[in-house]
Design a protein around this ligand. Sequence first.
Ligand code: C2O
Ligand code: CU
Length: 486
Amino acid sequence: VVTLVTAIAAGVTWTWSAADVSTVGSTEFTRPLRIPPVAESTVDSTGTRVFALDMRTGTTEFEPGRATETWGFNGGYLGPTVRAARGERVRVQVRNQLPEASTVHWHGMHLPAAMDGGPHQMVDPGASWTPEWTVDQPASTLWYHPHPHGATEDHVRRGLAGMFLIDDAPSARLSLPNTYGVDDIPVIVQDLRLRGRRLDGAHTIFRDIGFLGDRTMVNGTLSPYQEVGDELVRLRVLNASTARIYTFAFDDARSFAMIGSDGGLLERPTTLDHLRLSPGERAEIVVRVRPGERTVLRSEKLQAGLGFWSNRFSGGDDTFDVLELRAATTLRPSDALPQALVPPSIPDGTDSVTDRRFDLTLAGINGERMDMGRIDTIVTRGTTETWVVRNVDGMPHNFHVHDVQFRVLEYGGSPPPPELSGAKDTIFLPPNTATTLALRFDGPADPTTPYMYHCHLLWHEEVGMMGQFTVVEPGQQAETPPRHAH
Ligand code: C2O
Ligand code: CU
């Protein structure tokens, strides 16, 4: 890529790129994939599992001998994998050692609004915040990241993100690859641009999508390979990029099984040969390897109805070599995947009491830009709603709802494909498409604290594609929150 111009406008740095980006075929996989450590925890006298996450500045050697300034949780870049079981009470001691205020949001978690870590739960520099909740949702691959309004893209891009895995008894009874870091691998995919000692955050001009990098890394490892000793390997893929949308496939176009989506395991495995993930989405896939072989997880061109201009805007013609799997010459045999996984835990919409419509454009949601002091939507605890979400401008967007896992009833005018049939909290919306979602709000009511819904292309969220909803008891009023969280 040729970067010709860098300018600073309205607090955002812009760069101009002349060509599509590709690292396909030019990546030498020279570094073993870093596996984020499982977060240490203690259990207190009440049985609560206690974690500590410190948000810090630091440096990371993405390339040997070159220290890059980064942010991380408990370390230089990214954070440990937090792991807890359904039914456990958890408490996280969050400390902010950054030079600016931030938050920690538990993406995909069903929990009280005051524990959600959205823009109303700001943690000042030097301060701490200790959310506590009972994990009550199926086994799944969730994640955590900052959510300060106006700085989320910046804080995530600098390195603040980590996985949050939930375990439960039904998933433990299934014969699935489940040895963390061995046949059950976290795959946190991010794009970046290295410039000197810095992770460059400049936006690409004429691509109204926010930051797009010129290469990718996994778990903070550039050009990563992972050695595999089992016939079946489970990849928990998280798109933790700030704006980039990936279409994952293997270099030899082999098929793989998808077993889980954002909110947990599917009803049954589904066979795919490519998989699109927009920012914030997760997928658990299982791939079979043959002894001694190498295969590369790639991101291919987006295509799939995005249209020429949208592809230009989104970097949809860019391609990346993401991760090489290196199979040992002798592999441990793996159990065949179960035909059936778990029964659905998501609402089917038949008991829906309210229909709502959300029209997404870069100018806002339903014509309104995010206002911390305005509640956009009030829902009643214990009810199911049907939301029609439409992307009505020429740009790619997605839609993420806090607190709930929803069912996709319809996608682009059709029943959802298998990969969108399970529990979702984030859904990609190509330009000029609509989706219909069923959402059940069965958490505790809190009329004073809103949850968020937004486009998870983080710069779009930043410029106003976000709204607030409050869960109330029947007949209860919602209170307007303060415009500023401090
Ligand atoms: Cu992953 Cu509201 O965020
Ligand atoms: Cu968007």
